[in-house]
Write a protein that binds this ligand. Structure first.
Ligand code: CA
Length: 365
């Protein structure tokens, strides 16, 4: 079939589908407004089945796409391991095994160093600042540039807000306590820990509890009280540390197979991309609401001891973070471009955050 014929046939098909939804006809049969053809997509995720906030955020995306498209797109969601393992989501979407993936960009560090800047950077952006950089700075355009060679289109699709520093089976009283510490901490935070003398490992969420309980790792970060309570991490480690220096506002991603996305009519492309924006905002609200309840439960019902990392440990981690970022930037020209954009935006946004959020939170007490 040549292109002209194909376009004509498609135009006729959609005209017929629209005609089926004329007002006069809506009373004749309940199926009159059903779309002529339903597009069936698969979404693979890095999360355990129905995992609070993250996994349910992915489910929410599928539901929104279905609703907003009037049923023209159906998305079947697969938890980690159901179709592909958690850490193969990127490849699965790139090769078209699934059309959408949901996870975190920093899991794909081995694909490109720059991916790490699009989840969260140690001592980097809060959720508010991150969204500002992505949508009103160069962030999202750079992210798309990094993923383009893989045939993928990324979209911000969820944010956890400030995370917790993690669960430790020993107290951290000084820098010496980080030496030899084997900790699950992915991305740039992991490189900072290595620089401080620890051993970072990356494990998918579903493996954390067993690894921590069996002593395979000494510590783990995950997300915050809501998610950490769901995994029962308090049963495997005694100390729960703040602040989440390594992930001050982690963005989750939806990744689309570029060919699949671009094969959609323009209105459906807009629907799937804007559904991601809805989930991006909704997840942050959910984490804010659930984290405080879960923290209360952890402290009152499970006797969890919340500790704050000592000032000198934080100061050293901050110094090492700046070094790690500057070094990662030297890896390749595109990573340098992302780094430069990140640093420039952080320098510009900080004075405003100081006189707005920081000043207000101090005043509120
Ligand atoms: Ca985390």
């Amino acid at each position: 079939m040549n292109r002209r014929h194909f376009l004509t046939a498609a135009a006729v098909g959609s005209a017929a589908a629209l005609a089926g939804c004329n007002k006069e006809q809506t009373t004749t049969a309940s199926s009159a407004c059903q779309p002529a053809e339903v597009i069936k997509w698969k979404m693979v995720t890095t999360w355990p089945k129905n995992f609070p906030g993250l996994g349910t955020g992915a489910e929410n995306l599928a539901k929104l796409i279905h609703e907003m498209s009037g049923g023209r797109i159906e998305v079947k969601v697969y938890a980690a391991g159901e179709l592909v393992p958690a850490l193969e989501v990127f490849d699965a979407v790139a090769r078209g095994t699934a059309q959408i993936g949901h996870g975190g960009a920093y899991y794909w560090k081995a694909k490109h160093e720059a991916t790490q800047f699009f989840t969260s950077v140690p001592f980097g952006f809060t959720a508010q600042e991150m969204n500002a950089w992505l949508f009103y700075g160069d962030g999202l355009a750079l992210w798309q540039e990094v993923y383009a060679p893989f045939g993928l289109v990324p979209m911000p699709c969820g944010n956890t807000g400030v995370q917790m520093a993690g669960w430790f089976n020993r107290e951290i009283n000084s820098l010496a306590d980080l030496k030899g510490l084997k900790m699950r901490i992915p991305g740039l935070g992991g490189e900072v820990l290595r620089r401080a003398g620890g051993t970072p490992v990356n494990l998918p969420g579903g493996e954390l509890f067993t690894a921590l309980q069996s002593g395979t790792i000494d510590a783990t970060e995950w997300v915050g009280p809501y998610n950490d309570l769901a995994f029962g991490l308090y049963k495997a480690a005694r100390y729960y540390y703040t602040p989440g220096w390594h992930e001050p506002g982690s963005t989750m991603e939806a990744i689309f197979n570029k060919q699949a996305l671009e094969s959609l009519p323009k209105d459906l492309q807009s629907i799937v991309l804007n559904a991601c924006k809805v989930v991006n905002a909704d997840m942050l609200a959910e984490f804010m609401a659930r984290n405080h309840q879960a923290l209360e439960t952890l402290k009152r019902e499970h006797g969890v001891q919340v500790r704050t990392l000592p000032d000198d440990v934080i100061a050293e981690l901050k110094k090492l973070s700046a070094e790690v970022l500057a070094e990662v930037a030297q890896h390749d020209p595109l990573t340098k471009k992302v780094y430069d954009s990140f640093i420039a935006f952080r320098d510009k946004v900080k004075p405003w955050t100081e006189v707005s959020e920081v000043a207000f939170l101090k005043a509120r007490g």
